[in-house]
Design a protein around this ligand. Structure first.
Ligand SMILES: NC(=O)c1ccc[n+]([C@@H]2O[C@H](COP(=O)([O-])OP(=O)(O)OC[C@H]3O[C@@H](n4cnc5c(N)ncnc54)[C@H](O)[C@@H]3O)[C@@H](O)[C@H]2O)c1
Length: 323
């Protein structure tokens, strides 16, 4: 009876049955009750994708299931894989496979209004420039270009043409990270003292990929710097880092695989980051913000949530995913 006094009104009489931030439950309810927040029915957009490797496949998973996009072109430089890609993704004969030498067909095709870019970093700038010049909206994997001037020019060109140029900094669109940022900006943890960013990548990319990635600072750390600055809403006035190469193949290409950094911000906040190219137990991203009123932290969504630990006769066992 000790807790009976806390009983509220019947759940049938409550306005809120779940937190607003539970986007999967909200989607479920909308689907069941056929509620749509889409503004009016529009014809599907016609799309093309450049690069169906690691990043491209992640985006393609969402694209091919979306009835609002008709995919017309796949551009990739592994023609030997085209038949397998077509069969794996269940693509119709209407989808045209091209190599990058034939990219002009995409640029000149006026029916294509959106292009997704998941090709290697050094190819982004030219593809973006051609797409914007030919009036296409662009979703581009990070980075848009290999230097700040070219990146700026791409955004200026998109603005001048009235096109959308969207850079895919994926963590900004993770609901957990977004929610953390909103809470920090609302003052939930007060004046921020420390931000801790952990980013450990998996699987280990191929050496060919790493050699053309622009280096770990441009390829990986860029996400961590972006997170710290995005959450705090300011740019650092001091940047310190140390890096090592423990994997011989990575050392041989003059890159690093383990990095620690410190960013000091004008507000007095300090961001501490650790980044690794290879995590034996899988992709591990965490963000913690510590302020004078409390602490908030987020991690990756866990696909094995319900089996995180087991309690047996020998006590609590954590599940170890790596072998
Ligand atoms: N946001 C993230 O967390 C994240 C994660 C991984 C990769 N990326 C970015 O995605 C991009 C691709 O990385 P990846 O790991 O998928 O590489 P990947 O090597 O796995 O795939 C690249 C694909 O592009 C194809 N390709 C090569 N040149 C091309 C061209 N000119 N036009 C069209 N296709 C071409 C290749 O044949 C390959 O299939 C990189 O810019 C990288 O920075 C971002």
């Amino acid at each position: 009876m000790a807790t009976k006094k806390f009983a509220g009104v019947s759940p049938y009489k409550r306005q809120h049955t779940h937190p607003d931030s539970d986007y999967t439950f909200k989607d479920f309810l909308n689907n069941v009750s056929l509620v749509s927040d889409k503004p009016g029915k529009k014809p599907p957009v016609v799309g093309a994708i450049f690069g169906l490797g690691r990043a491209g496949s992640i985006h393609f998973t969402s694209i091919v299931r979306n009835p609002r996009i008709v995919m017309k072109y796949v551009v990739d430089d592994r023609p030997e894989k085209f038949a397998e890609l077509k069969s794996f993704w269940d693509l119709s004969d209407d989808v045209i496979f091209l190599t990058s030498k034939e990219s002009d067909r995409v640029y000149k095709d006026k029916s294509v209004n959106v292009v997704f870019i998941g090709s290697p970093t050094y190819t982004h700038h030219a593809i973006v420039v051609n797409c914007i010049a030919n009036n296409k909206d662009v979703f581009c994997e990070k980075p848009i270009a290999e230097n700040i001037e070219d990146t700026r020019k791409c955004f200026d060109a998109a603005k001048a043409k009235g096109r959308i140029l969207f850079a895919a900094f994926n963590r900004r669109f993770d609901p957990a990270y977004r929610n953390l940022k909103n809470k920090v900006r609302e003052g939930t943890v007060g004046h921020v003292q420390i931000v801790k960013v952990t980013a450990r990548d998996s699987p280990l990319p191929s050496i060919e990929y790493l050699a053309s990635s622009g280096g770990v600072f441009h390829d990986c750390l860029v996400h961590d710097f972006d997170m710290a600055c995005w959450v705090l809403g300011e740019l650092p006035n001091k940047v310190q880092a140390t890096a090592t190469a423990l994997i011989p193949e990575i050392k041989a290409i003059n890159d690093f695989d383990n990095i620690a950094f410190l960013l000091t911000f004008p507000s007095g906040a300090i961001a501490i980051g650790d980044n690794s190219r290879y995590s034996a137990y899988g992709y591990d991203q965490r963000l913690e913000v510590f302020g004078d009123k409390g602490m908030i932290k987020v991690e990756n969504e866990k696909p094995t949530h319900s089996t995180e630990y087991v309690i047996g006769q020998e006590g609590v066992n954590s599940f170890v995913i790596a072998d």
